[in-house]
Design a protein around this ligand. Structure first.
Ligand code: WTA
Length: 625
């Protein structure tokens, strides 16, 4: 490789950071304000790691109060706009006032330390107010993406025992009103004490446990509850390989240090930044990089409530021009969609304010990377491809400040303090250009505390595959310069438009239709969304496969999981290919659909089932042709 001074300096710095990670993170802990400094930077009780032990802080103080006696007092914290062209902005002081007022309101309703509060809200400033107000009271928020169904909400309440729900009457998407309150209205679980509703059209009526969130709440100062660094800040559910989503529990201190550090490192954001992360607050990207890190760093952010290409594909570019966005962070799915429309929609706008462009959620194909670099960034903005997960809290891999050489399609190198490797099945390091599993070899402050109510699953999912290494469940490969490229999930998780969905969850939803006897779901490549779902279904005795049955099954999945699951097709078969021990061989189904070598089928119980799947697939190809 050529001599790249920045790369060598970065590699030196990175190496140094790993020599003594405790010392490194001890220093880095100062990036946020603490009420009391920690006593111990790291406490290990493998596989549980506790950071900044004995340190006290409060997340809403870190994000708000802390900025009030500085130049940031009257700085804009958020600009907001929606599809109707309505706008709103809040300064740090105004946000502080609103959070205090709402925290006081929640307090009067009985919300207290360690209560779980479920938030089911659209992309509006009030949602951020809600998260911070909950944090101010030392309660734990559980944000549920506003596209999820009632059943998904019920599952999460049953697991977390949430006592309160904060929601809004509705949101808008693609010009249509989408009701939110009616989704939660009939949830009748004994733990629910109050449902607090943001009344966006003035028609909401208070009644019983339904309480109206009054927009003109009076300012009352609420003392931020003192939290120990490892008291949970939030729980966020995410799909795994088993049926029900796991409640990923994040800390307060380590999490905030980590998200603030990584945003600064990856994007080199400054006090003059206008940051736009397009993620919804319902996902980890929204938690870490729409809410907590931009506020901890005192940035100005822009948020948008609406679809990317509505009413036309110009919308986002017009917003970048209007708000003079300096750093823009989005997903490959959104970029692939824009690519489809050509480039004219971009050329109309002045995007010269942009300095950095980011990507997250799924592998970014080199073509998309290059398109983004040339057309959006005008060849002057580094592409910051960030690889991480709900469980890691913040970025793990990203090209540090865009100063190291970039390679399209590569999330590049680990951030400071992070040690990763690519290993084989046995956990041995692999040489360059060999596909393997990515692992994280040292603890980091953003790592989850665990899975809510399920210590065993935490140990088994992340720490049992390899000894002493965190297993994220992704395939990866590195080049001669240790640059890492991600190659997708190694487990039964699919990423549809960047949204994480367990195949098992979809299969369970299909079975709930009571029409299916068995179901196997796999992800197949999709040009737009990265991956989409394909289901193989055997029907119950006496049920004939036809279009109506297919529609009923699709409806059921939508009802159970919401519209995030997109299907390419549902195939009806007589038998599913299974191993002798009765496990469905999804790998084999996938090979057939992606027209790859089938590989070893010696454990297959019945060869006939393979033929059947193949036949179903050939039939389909014919009907499509
Ligand atoms: C995938 C989203 C390739 C990966 C932040 C990971 C990525 C899963 C990238 C976590 C990327 C995320 N390149 N793949 N830059 N970022 N992934 O929990 O498979 O919704 O394990 O967190 O998304 O998804 P999650």
């Amino acid at each position: 490789m050529y001599y790249y001074p920045h790369l060598n300096r970065y590699l030196d710095y990175h190496k140094q950071s790993l020599q003594d990670i405790e010392n490194f993170w001890d220093y880095q802990g100062r990036i946020i304000p603490w009420f009391k400094r920690w006593e111990k930077v790291l406490e290990k009780n493998h596989p549980f790691y506790r950071w900044y032990v004995g340190g006290y802080l409060n997340a809403s103080y870190v994000c708000l109060d802390h900025h009030l006696d500085s130049i940031r007092r009257n700085k804009i914290a958020y600009y907001w706009e929606n599809e109707l062209g309505q706008t709103e902005s809040v300064s740090y002081l105004e946000l502080y006032n609103r959070v205090n007022a709402f925290a006081n309101f929640l307090k009067n309703l009985g919300v207290k330390k360690d209560d779980v509060v479920l938030i089911y809200m659209p992309m509006v400033i009030d949602s951020i107010v809600a998260m911070l107000a909950v944090a101010r009271l030392g309660a734990i928020h559980s944000v549920v993406f506003s596209g999820f169904s009632k059943n998904a909400i019920i599952d999460r309440i049953e697991d977390s025992k949430a006592k309160y729900i904060i929601t809004a009457t509705h949101t808008y998407r693609r010009g249509k009103r989408i009701d939110l309150f009616p989704v939660v209205k009939d949830i009748d679980l004994p733990y629910i004490e109050k449902i607090i509703v943001l009344d966006r059209d003035g028609n909401f009526k208070e009644e019983g446990k339904f309480v109206k969130w009054n927009k003109d709440l009076e300012f009352v100062y609420v003392t931020p509850e003192i939290r120990e660094s490892n008291d949970p800040l939030f729980v966020l559910y995410t799909s795994g390989t088993t049926g029900k989503p796991k409640g990923i529990l994040h800390s307060t201190g380590g999490y905030l240090v980590y998200v603030a550090s990584t945003l600064a490192w990856a994007f080199n954001v400054n006090d003059d930044s206008i940051w736009w992360c397009t993620a919804d607050i319902g996902w980890i990207t929204g938690h870490s990089y729409v809410v907590y890190s931009p506020l901890a760093l005192g940035l100005t952010s822009f948020i948008y409530e609406g679809a990317p290409d509505y009413p036309n594909p110009e919308k986002w570019w017009s917003l970048i021009e209007k708000y003079k966005i300096t750093e823009f962070y989005t997903s490959p799915t959104a970029l692939r969609m824009f690519m489809k429309y050509g480039e004219d929609h971009i050329r109309k706008y002045d995007l010269s304010s942009l300095r950095m462009l980011g990507s997250v959620g799924e592998p970014i194909n080199p073509e998309v990377w290059t398109w983004y670099y040339e057309n959006v960034g005008n060849k002057k903005c580094p592409i910051i491809d960030t690889w991480w997960q709900t469980e890691t809290g913040g970025f793990i891999l990203a090209p540090f400040m865009g100063i190291i050489p970039l390679r399209p399609g590569y999330a590049s190198l680990p951030l400071p303090g992070i040690e990763v490797d690519i290993v084989d099945e046995k956990g041995n390091s692999l040489p360059a250009n060999t596909k393997g599993f990515i692992v994280i070899k040292k603890p980091w402050p953003g790592m989850m505390l665990g899975i809510l109510n399920d210590e065993e699953k935490y140990k088994q999912t992340y720490w049992s595959k390899f000894e002493n290494m965190y297993y994220p469940g992704d395939y990866a490969i590195k080049d001669e310069n240790d640059y890492i490229q991600l190659l997708g999930r190694a487990d039964e998780v699919i990423k549809i438009a960047g949204h994480r969905i367990g195949t098992f969850e979809v299969e369970s939803a299909i079975l709930e239709s009571e029409l299916a006897a068995e179901a196997a779901v796999i992800g197949v490549p999709d040009e737009l969304r990265g991956e989409i779902a394909v289901a193989f279904v055997t029907l119950k005795e006496g049920i004939q496969s036809n279009e109506e049955i297919k529609q009923k099954i699709l409806m059921k999945v939508r009802e159970v999981l919401g519209p995030v699951v997109v299907f390419s097709n549902i195939f009806f078969v007589e038998k599913l290919p299974k191993t002798r021990s009765g496990k469905i061989m999804r790998r084999l189904l996938k090979s057939i659909l992606t027209e790859k070598e089938i590989g070893d089928i010696s454990t297959l119980e019945e060869e006939a089932s393979v033929e059947e799947v193949r036949k179903a697939y050939e039939e389909l190809k014919k009907t499509l042709a």
